[in-house]
Structure formats: structure tokens, C-alpha cells
Design a binder for this molecule. Structure first.
Ligand SMILES: NC(=O)c1ccc[n+]([C@@H]2O[C@H](COP(=O)([O-])OP(=O)(O)OC[C@H]3O[C@@H](n4cnc5c(N)ncnc54)[C@H](OP(=O)(O)O)[C@@H]3O)[C@@H](O)[C@H]2O)c1
Length: 344
């Protein structure tokens, strides 16, 4: 099978294409024919071992201290189950599935444990759109629902609203009935089209100096410290961040012990139940991906370079198998407007 390989951490050029045997399927595993994968900030971090301060050591221990432990990168997948282990009960051959994994998705075939973050894919959206969800949408769901305890009519502010997590945080917060303020650098039109009620351009307005207060401030950009935002939180407000810094850890401990406002960071380890909920949302049109560009697997290094240089405001999809031509469900027609193919 065709697969991406890397033997050292570094620039997109460490990613090379190789031929390898299909992975062995364990008793509790599924063998998935990967149709699409994604290039995310998470993939970039794993490729370059760029782990923020406090997560550096755990990150390296997890992925390989000096070089990658697992030679096949790629964390997000959508595809079809082609074989199941003898003890697998919840999936069958032929199921269309989507999910995420620590590695292995930049390949024509990958194995995933049945107990992993995997679920049946949304019907009718196609592999290119489905694969957009198990990263940004899953993270936004876990943070807003589980860590933010989001409720209808709350005032929610999302920093980095045009980004990979932010775009879904806006859509989901609107769906949960919140009044959503999106903070971004330009891009008013995009975040308004996702449903934001108010938009703040962070290059001209500093929301932390405004008088408005929010029940949830979700900083997906890592720009703000808890102390910067404290005055902009309601009495019971929550500050959520995707970045765990020493400063934030200090305030997490402090706000757990004292006061009603909370500082919260975490890792979005989504579950099958979360993916099932996202499937319902996708089928109902509650979450819509914004695809930036679709690359074939051979151009994986170019796709990673695009993420690093262009700051795209849409998903970079990897078409491991160019399904959009062969599926009569007409995946291509279901793609969001403006999607571009890097090659066909
Ligand atoms: N903890 C977790 O479980 C978890 C899960 C997923 C991701 N992450 C991490 O979270 C981070 C964000 O991921 P992502 O995929 O959303 O990244 P992304 O696509 O790069 O989005 C970040 C967004 O923040 C915006 N931004 C930066 N500074 C800003 C400012 N001062 N004001 C307003 N917006 C600002 C960027 O704007 P521009 O577009 O103008 O650059 C960009 O749109 C990554 O570092 C990723 O590794 C953590």
C-alpha cells in the first residue's frame, strides 16, 4: 500500500511516500481503507515535535523522544471498514467510518482499535466533508459542552474564530443557543457566515478592555492569559484555552480552590458518543466544513507547507483515494462552495 513515512521530526520535507505492507489486524481492530485524511495544526505539531511548554516532555514521550516512534503520520481519517478482528462486535465490513488516532491516517490502509475514537460517518456528506469533523468540530464540542458546560442564552466569545477549531466553536455555540461574539483578524465575512452574532477584529479592538462580559471565553489562539480576560468574564464565567501554559496551570489551580470564575485547559480526547453527536449535527446541517483545498496523498509535503505558509481559513483535505469521482452519491457536489482541488 502507499503510505507517508517520516523518520525524523522537522519541516514538511521529512514526509516521504513509500510502499509498505498493509498493517496486521488484531482481534479487537478494524482495518480501514482510508479515503480521506486532514492536515491540521495537530499534525504539524506531531511532525515537527512542536509541543507547547508544559506538554513538551509528555508529547515527546508519547510520540518518540528523539525520533518518531510511529513512522506513518496522519491523525484524522474517513474511510471504509474492509476487515474486522474476530472479537469486534460494533462494526462490520463495509461500514463507512470516521475518527481520529495518534498516527497512521496518511496511508491507504490503517488499523484502529474498536475502542478508539471512531464512529459511523455522517450519511450524505461525502468523505471530503466528513473528515473535516473529527479534529476542529470534535475539539470545539468537547471544550464547549464538557469543559464549558455551555447553556442557551449564554454570551460566548470565541478568539481565533476563523481557525480550525474556532470555525466549529462558532457554529456549535450558535446551535447550543448562545449569543456568539467571534474574535478574529479580519475575516468578518467568514465568521458571520458561520452564524456569529457579533464580530470583533482583534487588530482594531481589544475585547478585554471593553465593558462587555461573557459566560464563556474560548481562546483557541493562545493569545490571551486568564488574567487578561478575568474582567471580561461574568461572575460564574469560564475561560477555556487550547494551550496549557504554566501561567494557566497556576490559575486553574487557584480558580479551582477559590472564586466562581474558572480557568480551564485540557486535551480534547473525544469519544464515540461525541462523534455520534457530530454525525447527527452534520446530517442536520448544524456543522458545515469550510474546505480550503484538497490534495492527493503524493502531495502531502505541499499540503503541510500550505498549512504553515498560507494560514488557510478552511480544511486542507488529503484525498488518499480520489473518491469524489467514483462515488455516485456525488461527493463532489456536496462539497462546500469554494473548495479547491490541488490536483485531480
Ligand atoms: N487542547 C487540545 O485538545 C487541542 C485540540 C486541537 C488543537 N489544539 C491546538 O490548538 C491550536 C489551535 O488550533 P487550530 O487548528 O484552531 O489552529 P488555527 O487554524 O491556526 O487557528 C488559530 C486561529 O487563531 C487566530 N488568531 C491568532 N492570534 C489571534 C488574535 N490575536 N486574535 C484573533 N485571532 C487570532 C488565527 O488567525 P489567522 O488566521 O489570522 O492566523 C487562526 O485563525 C493549535 O496550536 C493546536 O495544536 C489543541
Amino acid at each position: 500500500m502507499k503510505t507517508v513515512n517520516y523518520t525524523s521530526y522537522g519541516s514538511p520535507q521529512v514526509l516521504t511516500i513509500e510502499e509498505k505492507d498493509r498493517p496486521e489486524v488484531g482481534k479487537k481492530d478494524l482495518l480501514i481503507q482510508v479515503h480521506t485524511s486532514l492536515v491540521t495544526q495537530g499534525d504539524r505539531r506531531l511532525r515537527s515535535a512542536d509541543f507547547p511548554a508544559l506538554t513538551w516532555l509528555p508529547g515527546r514521550l508519547l510520540t518518540g523522544l528523539f525520533r518518531p516512534k510511529n513512522p506513518t503520520p496522519g491523525t484524522v481519517f474517513a474511510g471504509r471498514v474492509v476487515e474486522v478482528g474476530s472479537e469486534v462486535t460494533s462494526f462490520s465490513k463495509g461500514d463507512e467510518v470516521y475518527g481520529n488516532s495518534m498516527y497512521g491516517a496518511y496511508a491507504e490502509y490503517m488499523t484502529v482499535p474498536e475502542s478508539g475514537t471512531i464512529a459511523r460517518m455522517p450519511a450524505g456528506v461525502g468523505y471530503e466533508a466528513a473528515v473535516a469533523l473529527p479534529y476542529g468540530a470534535l475539539t470545539a464540542l468537547v471544550f464547549l459542552k464538557n469543559l464549558g458546560n455551555i447553556r442557551p442564552k449564554q454570551r460566548v466569545l470565541i478568539v481565533g474564530a476563523a481557525g480550525g477549531v474556532g470555525r466549529y466553536a462558532v457554529q456549535l455555540a450558535c446551535h447550543f443557543g448562545a449569543e456568539v461574539t467571534a474574535v478574529c483578524r479580519g475575516n468578518n465575512q467568514l465568521v458571520r457566515s458561520l452564524g456569529a452574532h457579533h464580530v470583533i477584529d482583534s487588530e482594531t479592538i481589544d475585547f478585554t478592555k471593553d465593558n462587555a462580559t461573557y459566560d464563556i471565553i474560548f481562546d483557541t489562539s493562545g493569545t490571551y492569559k486568564y488574567k487578561d480576560c478575568e474582567q471580561a468574564l461574568t461572575a460564574n464565567g469560564r475561560f477555556l484555552s487550547l494551550y496549557l501554559s504554566l501561567n494557566l496551570l497556576f490559575h486553574m489551580v487557584l480558580t479551582t480552590l477559590f472564586g466562581k470564575r474558572k480557568a480551564i485547559a485540557g486535551v480534547a480526547l473525544g469519544t464515540r458518543a461525541d462523534l455520534d453527536q457530530l454525525r447527527d449535527f452534520a446530517e442536520a446541517g448544524v456543522v458545515r466544513p469550510t474546505i480550503d483545498r484538497i490534495y492527493p496523498l503524493d502531495q502531502i509535503a505541499a499540503a503541510h507547507t500550505r498549512l504553515e505558509t498560507i494560514r488557510p481559513h478552511g480544511e486542507i483535505v488529503i484525498n488518499v483515494i480520489p473518491t469524489f469521482r467514483s462515488y455516485p452519491s456525488d461527493t463532489a457536489q456536496n462539497l462546500p462552495e469554494g473548495s479547491e482541488f490541488a490536483s485531480v
